[in-house]
Design a protein. Sequence first.
Length: 183
Amino acid sequence: MLADRITCDNSLLIIVDVQGKLALSMFDRAALLANIKRLIDSAPDLEIPMAVLEQIPEKLGPTLPVLGIKEENVPVFAKRTFSAWGQPAFVDYLRKMKRSHLVVAGIESHVCVYQSISDFQQAGYVTHFVGDAVSSRSEKNYRMGLDMCRAAGARLTTTESVLFELMASVDHPAFRNILRRVR
């Protein structure tokens, strides 16, 4: 079973559609954005690649600047489909990265996050739904999305849990930095 465990070498962080006014209308917005930022800030320390998806950015705007995405270091993929799997350039990137575990954060849990996770699972990836770094405009839709992702096969986790699982030990070089972020 250890072969199926998430590690820094087999994972990729995916941020889904955290854009403009839509992101600012999410249920439990402050916690959502804080946890997504923790994941983004921790990815370089863990040497985990990342990808950002944006739903029709010409209408919804770019990923929120407060998250600190540096586009020169992180590929950003515009999409028109709700599922990330409908964006061929992103799918090509995903395949080139050769990572089996996808850590998924973003919005909205019952639409783009769910459809992406469902497609990732069908394509053979192990998906990790980071419950405190995913949301929807209403708590009801957030919870329904969580249930839908679980039914699709996603592993449910939290920001802190996935970061500590990735480090696996207090001996990991990123331990002190990540510990400061989650406290």
